[in-house]
Design a protein. Structure first.
Length: 876
């Protein structure tokens, strides 16, 4: 007996787990009976942050349709669907994914690794245990990086008398899962079919919560898919046995499971005390001063579990009918029961299915005291939201409930009372399942922001799957909204992940430090400043020789052939002649435009005769005067042409002549070109500013045409668009010149403080932009956006919901044809430091330079490191 006792062992926790193996061919998990199979899927919820109740109700109704219509009703072996919601702390794996994203051309460059290191440091700060900062303005809670994961399982446990073969069970599961996927996607929910590695990486940290203490943070606690393939597994391998790395134990007295030395328990839900709101656990609600989701307040490690059995509705109707018949007599209880049964029958007749549902929360704590404290928090939150939990002392089967609520463990063959199943309308079920949440973007990490829950929100305008029309972008941010920091962060990400040719046209000298930063990391930079002492020439009619050589036999690309060079130059000439003055523009008629075109052609021919490829303003003015004296026109008409020649002549001398009436030299082919408008951005130079901008756009267009067969994209960023691009004729020119850029891989981005200064003529220019980034837009600015872009009620609500908290974050809204979402701009400290252009910020850098004898860029880097040590870094 003593020897036999040595071979005795306690009951095994893993024997209670159902997963035997993963069948790769059919993407399903074989359960312990050897026939039943199940599937695991990960969901990307519908983004509802910032939306109103109507949007939430529509999202709920769409999920209800998916539940009602996609899963068949079976009598003997009903289908079971489960939902699990939890927050995965830390973003280390996300940081690895972000830094591995991008083109091979970009990732092979030094800057990709440099910025990747900066992003990894930034993500680590966000993932701190106490959060990067406390969000007092919106959620009232610490802002800590995490990933909110939603998983669903679907399976059916075959009846013990069933003659179904494993192959038949697998085929049937695959059919139902495909229908379930299609239905969820139709409801706007993203779906991904999971593998053995996904289940392993989910449950190993669950059952071994102290694993991170013995494994380096940089090492993911997962195994690759190939290690879980059948060919790599030994005979008799049991999937469940590989999930627990230490021996779990249970305490029947306290109802606690001890997994890896951590206390675990389960809180079952007894009933819903009131009708749940759409997105009950995962959609934001106002609570006094703050806006947050119910799950935001749950303790760390909490997991929501919802199990629904798809029972045949005729069986449920029969059950309701029996209840109704049993309610005899005139007592108040009997009368109410009959009325309730009648109301239920009416709801079911309208398509609101009645399903057996069990719900509860997995909770854990460092020890029994911590577990009790966390369970009390969950109890309090549930009671305040109309959900009735079962208190710990009243739960007769706490250990059983924990196991039965795990993925694919539930067996509907057991009595419903054993699982505390409650009949629940599918509409109410759709309100509590976690299919709504905060926006997380498309997952393509070209541009990475965060949402209010500190989850990464990623998208990539340059990725063909993310855009429907183009990657043109408008960036809208009022004064103080952090537009400069946003632009610096955007440009750093683009260079790190795509390394485009980047052209920055600005009016305030905001990106000088960024240029130095790029240069210090082996990114070539060409800087041009339009000040009187600078030797810069921007001839507005560069390439005019093509007008004179229009019959050249040289072949042209299709894109070049599609250009209307004469039309483009006519727009520039009209701006130069009128100076952009409204009265002068109104005087310019169709006959004047004909004369201008003729003068441009004559000027081009004259330039070619002189051996120049560029027609200068003096050539155009001379051609106009020649036409005025030709005798071809009557006196009044000749006088008008002479006036136009005088208008053009203003660009032939002085500062204007210095910039525009000289042949330009070809600029170097740099990675980044920064054109600062300098003097021309001041009051009184608006006409010259416009001409300089058009000349630059003409230069860029010629470049992208020459480089169109390269894979490298081009991005043209215009800052202070409300100063530079508000001329009525300029918008027409931009549309004309950029309409073919999609074929050339060139994208036009414009940043501005407001849209009020943009004339109606800018409608076509702004409406062609698929991507709009709008920072903290007040109501009047939302109305201005409505002038140029049609907004739905949900989009207006989204725009008005954006907030900012100085020193912490600025919120904005992304609008595109494929994605709408609320984001938070919390850039890395280096991005903030490079964007600091206020007087006191410059003075602080100067003090560091004097103290340490360093350059301004090194001073900015020191400022960045100092920001990382502060609890609340400024986020201008």
């Amino acid at each position: 007996a003593t020897v036999a006792g040595l071979y005795e062992r306690e009951d095994s926790f893993t024997d209670l787990l159902p997963w035997v193996e993963y069948i790769e061919d059919t993407q399903c998990f074989l359960l312990e009976d050897g026939v039943s199979v199940g599937a695991l899927l990960e969901l990307s919820p519908v983004a509802t942050d910032g939306r109103g109740e109507q949007f939430l109700a529509q999202a709920r109704d769409a999920v209800q349709v998916a539940i009602n219509d996609s899963i068949p009703e079976e009598s003997n072996a009903p289908w079971v669907i489960q939902f699990f919601l939890q927050d995965d702390p830390g973003l280390e794996e996300v940081a690895r994914q972000i830094n591995s994203y991008g083109s091979d051309f970009a990732r092979s460059h030094e800057y990709s690794a440099t910025f990747g290191t900066e992003m990894a440091r930034h993500v680590q700060r966000i993932s701190k245990a106490d959060g990067m900062f406390r969000d007092e303005r919106v959620t009232g809670a610490p802002w800590r990086g995490h990933l909110r994961r939603v998983r669903t399982t679907i399976y059916r446990r075959e009846d013990e008398h069933s003659k179904t073969t494993p192959e038949q069970a697998e085929r049937r599961l695959d059919e139902v899962v495909r229908r379930w996927e299609i239905a969820l996607k139709s409801a706007g929910v993203g779906v991904r079919r999971c593998t053995a590695a996904d289940l392993h990486s989910w449950l190993v940290p669950w059952f071994n919560p102290c694993l991170h203490e013995s494994v380096q943070v940089s090492e993911p606690a997962t195994v690759p898919d190939e290690q879980l393939e059948q060919d790599c597994l030994p005979f008799g391998y049991d999937f469940a046995e590989g999930l627990c790395l230490s021996a779990p134990r249970s305490d029947a007295q306290t109802g606690i499971w001890w997994l890896d030395g951590v206390a675990h328990s389960f809180i079952p839900v007894l009933a819903l005390r009131q009708i749940p709101r759409a997105g009950h656990f995962t959609s934001e609600r106002f609570d006094g001063e703050h806006r947050y989701t119910l799950f935001d307040r749950m303790p760390e490690g909490a997991v929501l579990s919802i199990t629904a059995v798809i029972r045949p509705q005729d069986e449920v109707r029969n059950h309701i009918a029996r209840v109704k018949r049993a309610a005899v007599g005139d007592s108040a209880e009997a009368t109410l029961t009959r009325e309730d049964a009648t109301a239920v029958e009416r709801e079911m007749a309208q398509g609101n299915k009645l399903l057996p549902v069990a719900m509860g929360f997995f909770v854990r704590g460092r020890d029994e005291q911590d577990l009790t404290r966390n369970m009390n928090v969950v109890h309090s939150l549930l009671l305040s939201s109309g959900v009735q939990p079962i208190i710990r002392d009243a739960d007769l089967m706490p250990l059983d409930n924990y196991v039965r609520s795990l993925p694919m463990v539930f067996d509907p063959a057991f009595p419903a009372s054993a699982y505390r199943l409650r009949l629940t309308f599918s509409r109410h079920l759709s309100s509590v399942v976690p299919t709504t949440g905060r926006s997380r973007g498309t997952g393509h990490s070209g541009i990475v922001f965060f949402n209010r829950g500190a989850e990464p929100l990623a998208f990539d305008p340059l990725h063909p799957q993310d855009r429907k029309k183009n990657a043109h972008m408008l960036i809208l941010g009022p004064t103080g909204a952090g537009k400069s920091a946003l632009l610096v962060y955007l440009m750093q990400q683009m260079i790190a992940r795509h390394r485009p040719r980047l052209f920055i046209i600005e009016a305030g000298g905001s990106f000088g430090l960024l240029g130095e930063h790029f240069q210090a990391n082996d990114v070539s930079v060409h800087r041009v400043c339009l000040n009187p002492g600078s030797d810069v020439s921007l001839p507005p009619f560069a390439g005019a020789s093509e007008l004179a050589l229009g019959d050249s036999s040289e072949p042209a690309s299709s894109t070049t052939a599609d250009r209307d060079r004469l039309g483009e130059m006519e727009i520039i000439a009209r701006i130069m002649i009128t100076g952009g003055e409204a009265r002068e523009v109104e005087k310019l008629g169709r006959s004047d435009r004909l004369v201008i075109r003729k003068a441009l052609q004559e000027a081009a021919a004259a330039a070619v005769r002189k051996g120049r490829s560029t027609a200068l303003p003096q050539d155009v003015a001379s051609a106009l005067r020649t036409l005025a004296r030709s005798g071809e026109f009557h006196a009044a008409r000749a006088s008008r042409i002479a006036e136009m020649a005088d208008g053009m002549a203003l660009f032939c001398s002085g500062i204007a002549g210095h910039f525009f009436n000289r042949e330009g030299e070809e600029w170097p082919d740099a990675d980044v070109t920064i054109l600062e408008m300098g003097l021309l951005a001041r009051e009184g130079y608006s006409d010259q500013l416009t001409v300089a901008y058009l000349s630059m756009m003409n230069h860029i267009n010629d470049l992208v045409e020459r480089r169109q067969f390269e894979s490298r994209p081009t991005i043209v960023i215009t800052d202070e668009g409300h100063i530079i691009t508000t001329h009525p004729l300029l918008a027409a020119y931009v549309v004309k010149i950029t309409k073919m850029w999609r074929k050339l891989g060139a994208w036009f981005w414009i940043a501005t403080q407001n849209l009020a200064d943009f004339p109606e003529e800018s409608r076509k220019m702004l409406s062609m932009m698929e991507w709009w980034l709008c920072l903290t837009t007040p109501k009047e600015e939302v109305n201005e956006i409505g002038r140029f872009r049609e907004l739905t009620d949900a989009q207006r609500s989204l725009l008005l919901s954006a907030r900012k908290e100085p020193g912490k974050y600025v919120e904005g809204v992304l609008l595109s044809d494929s994605l709408d979402g609320l984001f938070r701009n919390v850039p890395p400290s280096l991005s903030l430091a490079l964007a600091m252009t206020e007087k006191q910020e410059k003075a602080a850098r100067r003090r560091i330079m004097d103290e340490h004898g360093c350059s301004e860029l090194e001073a900015a880097e020191r400022v960045a490191r100092e920001l990382e040590r502060e609890p609340d870094s400024p986020s201008r």
